[in-house]
Structure formats: structure tokens, C-alpha cells
Design a protein around this ligand. Structure first.
Ligand SMILES: [Zn+2]
Length: 618
């Protein structure tokens, strides 16, 4: 989702097999046949789910998400929104005011396992199924369901009649089986945000009024019958009478989303050596021009992502006007469309980047929102910066983090995303701190290895559910450094980084700078000394927990590799073999990649003499 505040080779094959060996995952094959009545906004649905239990456990129950049940007065989403200190303005108390014909619901009418009736119960947005017979390890079962859904007025992400007049934003719209993994079931009540799903295939037939145009996950199987821009024969499809059935197939994805509107314009462009991009938007003063320009930006963004972070593996992607802000789904996104071009390109780049960090590397977003929102924010900011020639793409993330630290509202980013005390703390944790986690990792292991590691992470863990430790293990292998300390400090604690230059003295034609670790968070140090003659010298101090160091990043200056700094030591003395009178400035981390909460003591200027710094007043 988009934050509402702003807004290779043989080695790879080996690591990929490795990942599979030690982390099993469930599999879900959905066959859905649904009919949407556009007069009553009700869906009658048939769903056949073939569920593969690849775990070592015998399953006696299965859980589904019934997300639409959240859009009812008194639901947990409603209560949460009315009680949190800083509610999402899109929700506020709107759920409380929904009338009976405006709420959402999912009523299960019939549920069978391998042809036998099973019992079940519904608690809010969770359906618990008590199986007729247990699913043994490495076996499958077929769950067949009939249900009726009422599509709610659009409040959050999905629903009918969006603020921009999109008829149906159909996300989190079908009974979706919860994920079961080595941590157990992930059956969370839907109160705000973030999703998780089972890898599998979707075969979806949607029947509705023929005037509606659908965009969504997967590839349309019957374009010649449907028309609406999907047909490539050039022969316009005859106007249909009666209802029309759209047939989509999506393979190896974790979810299926779609949107429908009678007024969509549907354009298709091709990314060279990449997917077909489909754009669905309503023509208008606030949209047409920007959505036409967006198509070239979309191509450029896919090219940047493919080159920098790994290749998008599907053959289509759809950018659809709908929803409320922007939200990512496999092979598509729903974004609001009435935006300035900059904002539209930004939200498109963000949601498209989720195809890497969520769509393909399907980490549990609810548990590790930073691993999906943060990485997405990081990648899309770099792409947008390259597109618009901007410097410092991550400056806003650092600014947001420093302000949160000052506010006293910071919480550890290891939390489940629904459980933060404030939406602000969640937003900064997931987006900004996730971004900083990566940009700061560049500082620790060096830029080149960092990007190599990002691509290796993608190729090792694609089509799986990587955990934070999986990411760090890839980065450890690529960099040769031990990095678990970094993951632990940044994710599990609210400890801060603060280094400073305490004193500078001169003795026997050499200069001695005493560096101080004022915060509890240890880091390796780049100390750059700029001489009065304009030359620079880097004093690189690894932190001993890393068991190594980074390669030379900047060949324009000499690098002195000093002995590692034991993380327990509060101070470290650097000897510079030049007189103090030859030095202009000393600076810790001029790249500003380290999230040092007080940079005032990072840079000292001794060009006018040592006097001010020889006396350590603390
Ligand atoms: Zn996002």
C-alpha cells in the first residue's frame, strides 16, 4: 500500500534449492465461478479449493479470511478505527454509519470437504472449518464452498462506488484460506492492514453485466469473446446481450484481485523484454493526460526494477484506477487516479515495486510490514529518483524517522502491523525504517555488494515466504560479514545510533581524534578527514561483531583500514599521521547513510585551529 502520510547463474540455482529444502510451504489451487449482480451488489459464488498440506503436521482445522465482514458497524475494524489516537481518515467512523444495504458480508451457504459436509463457525472476519477428516502431511483435500457476498460501500481498499466513481474495487473479496507455515496458522482478524496468502493458482470466472470492463490479476483467457481492448485481432467484438463471463487464470500467485467499471478506458503497452502493461482508467480532465504519460513511466520503472532488483516473472501487469490510495496485488494494483503526474508516477512506482517485495518475495506482511513496505519504498524511491534526476531519494525516510524518535512514539518494528499504538508509529516503522534498514546496509557492506545481495535475495527466495533472517543470511553470504546484530538492533529494539567526535589533539606531528559511541547501537565507522590542500582520506573502522568489513567504495580517496572497534567500547582513538594544522575537517559518515540521531557532533571544522576541540567538555 502507499503511505497515506505523504503522499543469477548456477550459484542461484543452488541457493534456491537450498531455500526449498528447509522451508516447506502450503499450496492452494482455487477454481472460482462467481456472478455479480450490479443492481443488488451481491455476489453468488462457488469456490473449489484444492489444498495441499506440505507440512509435517496433521491438520484438523482450516481457517479462511472473510474480509468483507469487517465492513459492519461494531466490527473490530470499526472499533479499532474509532479508538486509535490517530485514525486513518479514510475509515474514521464511516463503518459505524453503514446501512444494511451498504455493509459488506460473506455468508457461507454450504461447505464440503471431499464431498462431505463439514461444520464451521464464523468469528468476525475469520471462518474456522472443523474438517470432516484430518489432512495428513503431504496429502491434499478439496474444499467446496457456496457463498453469498454483499459488496460494501468502499471504505478501505475494496468496495463499490469509490470516491472517484469506480463501480467495483474487488480486493480481499473472496473467502481466502489463511496461511499455515512453520509458525502455525496466520488467521488474523482484519482490523486495518497487511495481508498474507498461500502460494497457488487461480482459475476465476466472473459473470456480470456486459457493459462492465474488468481489469485484474492474471491473464484473460477469452479475449476474443470479451473485446473491451483485450482482443488483438482488430475485429471489434459484437455487442453482447445478456451477461458476459470473464475467465482469468493466474499461476503461482498468493491472491487474486479485480476491478470493474463501465467507463474504463483500457490501454496496453509492452515493456521491452518484459510484461504487457494494461492501464484501466476513467477518461476525464483530471486523468486522461496523466494516465497517457504514465504508460511510458510504467515501462521505465519496470526496466529499472528488472535491472536493479531481478526480473519480473509474469507476462502481464495491470494498473487500475480504483480503491483508495494505492494497494498492491499479484500482477496488478488499484490506485486512485485523479492525481498530479508526479503523484501518479510515485504511487504507480510504489505499487509496481510491490511485485518484487510482496508479489514475488511474499513475506508475511502482517508480521514484517517493513520487509514489504520498506523494501518497496526503497526501490520505488530509487527508480523515481533516476526517472526525475533527483538526489537523496531516501532523505524523507530519515527525516520521518528522526521526527518519530523525537516524538517519543517509536515502537519496535518487529511488531505485528495491526498492533502499533499509533498509525504514525506504524507508518514510519514500516515505510521509513524499512527503507533506512536497506540504505544503511549499503553503508555497512558497501554499495556494490548490497545490490548484488538484493538480486541474490530475490533469486533465492522468489515464490516463497522469506523471513527477515533469510534476507540477512543472503546478505551475510554475499558480504562475508556477520550481520545478525544489525537485524536485531534495528528490528527488535528502539536503540539509536549516535556517534560523535569527542576530542582532537596533536602530539608529535600527529593528530589524534577520539570518537565516541554515545548511542547503544554499534556501527562500523567511516571517518573522512579533509585536508586544507583539498585532499581527503578515509579512516575505516569495522565493528568487531561483523567479523569483517566492506570493500573500498570510493576510489577517489585513500582508505586506511583500522583495527575493528569492539562494540562494548564507548570510545576509539584514531591516529592521523599529519599535523592538526594541515586538517580542515573531520566527519563521521559524510554519506549520511547512517541514521545517526544527532549529527551535530559528527563534523568538526578545525581549519581555524584546534583550540575549540582540545578540551573535552561533555
Ligand atoms: Zn506499499
Amino acid at each position: 500500500m502507499f503511505k497515506f502520510i505523504v503522499l543469477f547463474g548456477s550459484l542461484c540455482i543452488i541457493s534456491s534449492l537450498h531455500a526449498q529444502d528447509y522451508r516447506w510451504q502450503q499450496r492452494a489451487e482455487y477454481v472460482m465461478d462467481v456472478r455479480l449482480d450490479v443492481k443488488t451488489h451481491k455476489i453468488s459464488g462457488n469456490q473449489k479449493l484444492t489444498y495441499y498440506n506440505n507440512s509435517k503436521d496433521t491438520l484438523r482445522k482450516v481457517y479462511y479470511h472473510l474480509f468483507f465482514n469487517a465492513f459492519q458497524p461494531g466490527s473490530m475494524m470499526d472499533v479499532r478505527s474509532r479508538n486509535i489516537a490517530d485514525p486513518d481518515p479514510r475509515v474514521g467512523s464511516r463503518i459505524l454509519k453503514l446501512k444494511d444495504d451498504e455493509i459488506g458480508y460473506q455468508h457461507i451457504q454450504n461447505l464440503k470437504q471431499d464431498g462431505k459436509d463439514v461444520s464451521y463457525k464464523v468469528d468476525g472476519t475469520i471462518l474456522e472449518v472443523i474438517l470432516a477428516k484430518p489432512i495428513l502431511p503431504n496429502t491434499k483435500t478439496v474444499l467446496e464452498m457456496k457463498y453469498e457476498t454483499q459488496v460494501p460501500i468502499q471504505i478501505r481498499r475494496s468496495g463499490r462506488n469509490s470516491s472517484e466513481g469506480i463501480a467495483y474495487s474487488m480486493t480481499q473479496w473472496y473467502p481466502k484460506v489463511a496461511e499455515y507455515d512453520f509458525q502455525g496458522w496466520h488467521a488474523y482478524q482484519y482490523v486495518a492492514r497487511e495481508f498474507h496468502g498461500v502460494w497457488g493458482d487461480f482459475d476465476v470466472k466472473i459473470t456480470l453485466d456486459p457493459s462492465y470492463i474488468i481489469g485484474g490479476t492474471g491473464r484473460l483467457q477469452n479475449p476474443e469473446k470479451i473485446g473491451h481492448g483485450y482482443e488483438k485481432s482488430g475485429t471489434p467484438v459484437k455487442k453482447q446481450s445478456g451477461e458476459l463471463t470473464w475467465h482469468f487464470i493466474a499461476k503461482n500467485v498468493t491472491d487474486f484481485a479485480w476491478a470493474a467499471d463501465p467507463d474504463y478506458t483500457h490501454d496496453i503497452v509492452q515493456v521491452p523484454d518484459g510484461p504487457e502493461l494494461h492501464f484501466f482508467y476513467q477518461k476525464g480532465d483530471k486523468t486522461t493526460e496523466n494516465w497517457k504519460k504514465l504508460q511510458q513511466a510504467g515501462i521505465r520503472h519496470f526496466e529499472f526494477m528488472n535491472k536493479t532488483f531481478g526480473k519480473y516473472p509474469y507476462d502481464t501487469y495491470s494498473i487500475i484506477q480504483g480503491g483508495d490510495g494505492g494497494m498492491e496485488y499479484p500482477m496488478c494494483t488499484l490506485i486512485t487516479g485523479e492525481r498530479s503526474f508526479g503523484s501518479l508516477a510515485g504511487v504507480m512506482a510504489h505499487e509496481v515495486s510491490h511485485s518484487w517485495y510482496q508479489g514475488v518475495l511474499a513475506s508475511n506482511e502482517a508480521l514484517y510490514a517493513w520487509l514489504d513496505e520498506g523494501y518497496t519504498d526503497f526501490a520505488s524511491s530509487e527508480s523515481i529518483a533516476s526517472m526525475f534526476n533527483e538526489k537523496n531519494p531516501h532523505a524523507d525516510s530519515y527525516g520521518g524517522y528522526f521526527a518519530l524518535v523525537k516524538s517519543g512514539l517509536q515502537e519496535p518494528i518487529s511488531q505485528h502491523s495491526d498492533h502499533y499504538t499509533t498509525n504514525r508509529a506504524y507508518g514510519i516503522a514500516a515505510y521509513s525504517m524499512g527503507t533506512i534498514f536497506l540504505h544503511q546496509l549499503k553503508y555497512i557492506i558497501g554499495e556494490e555488494l548490497f545490490y548484488k545481495g538484493m538480486r541474490q535475495y530475490y533469486n533465492t527466495w522468489k515464490f516463497k515466504h522469506p523471513e527477515p533472517i533469510d534476507f540477512i543470511r543472503v546478505m551475510e553470504k554475499v558480504s562475508g560479514q556477520q550481520l545478525k546484530w544489525y537485524l536485531n538492533y534495528w528490528v527488535n529494539t528502539t536503540k539509536r545510533i549516535d556517534y560523535g567526535i569527542q576530542t582532537v589533539i596533536e602530539n608529535e606531528n600527529a593528530t589524534f581524534a577520539t570518537l565516541e559511541r554515545k548511542g547503544e547501537f554499534p556501527m562500523p565507522i567511516d571517518l573522512v578527514v579533509t585536508y586544507k590542500d583539498g585532499t581527503k582520506e578515509l579512516f575505516y573502522i569495522a565493528m568487531n561483531e561483523t567479523l569483517g568489513g566492506k570493500p573500498v567504495e570510493d576510489t577517489s580517496m585513500t582508505r586506511n583500514e583500522l583495527e575493528a572497534w569492539p562494540w562494548v567500547n564507548p570510545t576509539y582513538v584514531v591516529k592521523i599521521n599529519r599535523k592538526a594544522s594541515e586538517i580542515a575537517t573531520l566527519e563521521i559518515d559524510p554519506s549520511m547513510r547512517m541514521a545517526d540521531i544527532d549529527r551535530k557532533n559528527n563534523l568538526i571544522d578545525i581549519s581555524q585551529g584546534l583550540k575549540a576541540y582540545t578540551d573535552p567538555t561533555k
